[in-house]
Structure formats: C-alpha cells, structure tokens
Design a binder for this molecule. Structure first.
Ligand code: ADP
Length: 273
C-alpha cells in the first residue's frame, strides 16, 4: 500500500505552519528514515502519515481504496514502553490480537502470539513476565511487536532513543527483518544521520518543516547534497572516509559501510605490495 502526500501543510495553530508544502510518495515495502534537527517537524509528519492529525492544507491519500490509516498503520510513539498497562507481556499482546479481531478462539491465543514473537526472533519466555520488569531493550522490542500486530505499515518515532549500543542493534535488526523478510513498510525518525544511514534505504531530510532532501541514503554518501551538513552532524562513517582518502590514494566513493571501506583498503594494500 503506497502513501501519497500532496501539497501538505500543517499547523497546530492558525497561520503557524510547522510543516510546509510537503510532497512525497512512500511506496509499499519501502524503508524510509525521516531525519532532521529537533523541532524540524518529524513527529508531526509521522503523526499525519498515521492519520493521527489531518493536514491543514493538501491531502494524504493511500493506494488502497477506503483505507483507514488509524486502523491499519501501526504507530509507535517515542518511549512506547510508557503505554504498557497490563500485568504480563502475554496480556498486552492478547489485548491487541483480540482488539484487532485476529484470533477467534481464546484457546488459540497462546499459540498465535508465541508464533508471532518467534517470527520476529523475540524470546517467548518474555510472555510470562510483567512488561514493567523487562529491560528497556526488551520493553522496546515488545512495544514495537505490539504496534505491528495486524499491520503492513509501521511508523516509529525515534525508535532507538535512549537505547545503548546492543539494544539499538536489536531494534535495527527487528526493523530490517520487518522490511526484508515480511515486506512491511517501515517509516521511522531520527535526529542524526548516524542513526539511520547504515541501514535505511530511503531518506527524507526535514528542516524547519520543509523537505530539503529526498532520495537514497547512497546519494548522501556520494555527497550530492553537501548543504545537508550545514545543519546535521556529518555521519561518522563519512568523516572516516574523508580522513582515509587524505591518507591513502584510494577511491572510497562507492564504499557505503565500514565493511566496504575495509575491503577497499585491503585490496589497495595488496595492489601496493
Ligand atoms: P521534531 O519531531 O522534528 O522534533 P515536532 O514535529 O515535534 O518536531 O515539532 C515541530 C514544531 O511543532 C516545533 O516547533 C514544536 O514546538 C511544535 N509542536 C509540536 N507539537 C506541538 C503541539 N502539540 N502543539 C503546538 N506546537 C507543537
């Protein structure tokens, strides 16, 4: 299901637009990072896409007729773990499964929910625990699984915020799995390029409520839009490439990951020996 944003502006109050004339197409199965400094409009845009707000001007439409974003797009707020309210992880997920009408018989709930978590590589022993007793990393994964139930589009507001390195990786692994294996459309926000550049495919950069870049993450690496770095910190991997390029006469333009960089340097070293 594709999402079309045409001439969309939005203000929380009259005449004070925080999103300005946005035009955008998000294709089914795409994996998009919405990046921008604090206050640039990321959360507002994500909430509009999820149907939580209506545009003040312009239109958001969906390729499926009579599609209801509110029922069919999963939206994970920042710190989604704050939304837990039941005694066990199982009860949290069972509530969502039943609410969405996904399981007819209660006797099937344990089986269905266990296989759902297994499909996402989430440990099913968490089901018995209180959601409030989990580590922040596990809380986050369960929240995202809960938001995903029954949806083909998931929108996440700063999904890795406050997580340490290991838990960040687990969240990224989950998002990649949703995108690559289950062809879920994933849209998420981040305020630094570093948090998205290594794994998202498409990138949308917002500044003061306007889209100032829309394209592949690779284009950012290829420095097609250097003005981006006037207001967003340069990704560490790009700075590393620049430093290495000064030291070694090796072309790293097409190196997009640390692995690419290392492979290029190794082959350069072999050629020089
Ligand atoms: P970001 O997610 O990039 O930090 P937001 O979408 O949260 O940006 O905010 C964009 C602008 O809208 C900011 O100036 C912010 O102060 C304002 N804003 C956000 N939420 C509200 C709200 N509920 N009421 C009024 N203004 C808001």
């Amino acid at each position: 299901m594709d999402i079309f944003v045409k001439g969309v502006s939005f203000g929380y109050s009259k005449d004070n637009f925080v999103l300005k004339d946005l035009n955008l197409k998000l294709m089914a199965g795409s994996f998009t990072a919405v990046i921008g400094p604090n206050g640039s409009g990321k959360t507002t845009l994500l909430q509009l896409l999820a149907g939580l707000y209506k545009p003040t001007k312009g239109k958001i439409s969906y390729s499926l007729p009579s599609f209801s974003a509110l029922n069919k797009i999963g939206f994970a707020f920042q710190f989604p773990e704050e939304q837990f309210f039941l005694n066990t992880v199982f009860e949290e997920l069972a509530f969502t499964f039943k609410n969405k009408g996904l399981v007819k018989k209660d006797s099937k709930l344990v089986e269905e929910i266990s296989s759902f978590l297994k499909s996402l590589d989430i440990d099913i022993s968490l089901l018995k625990k209180s959601p409030f007793s989990l580590s922040l990393g596990d809380m986050r994964l369960i929240s995202f699984a809960n938001v995903l139930v029954g949806n083909k589009v998931i929108i996440l507001d700063e999904p890795t915020v406050s997580l340490d390195g290991k838990n960040k990786k687990n969240v990224i692994k989950l998002l990649l799995k949703l995108h690559e294996k289950y062809k879920i459309t994933v849209i998420f926000s981040a305020h630094r390029l570093d948090e998205a550049i290594s794994f998202a495919k498409e990138c949308l950069i917002l500044k003061d409520g306007r889209i100032i870049f829309k394209g592949s993450v690779k284009d950012i690496f290829l420095k097609k839009h250097p003005e981006i770095f006037d207001f967003l910190p340069k990704p560490k991997i790009l700075s590393l490439k620049e430093k290495l390029a000064l030291k070694f006469p090796v072309d790293l333009a097409n190196a997009f990951t640390l692995e690419d960089i290392v492979a290029n340097l190794v082959s350069f070293q072999r050629r020089s020996n």
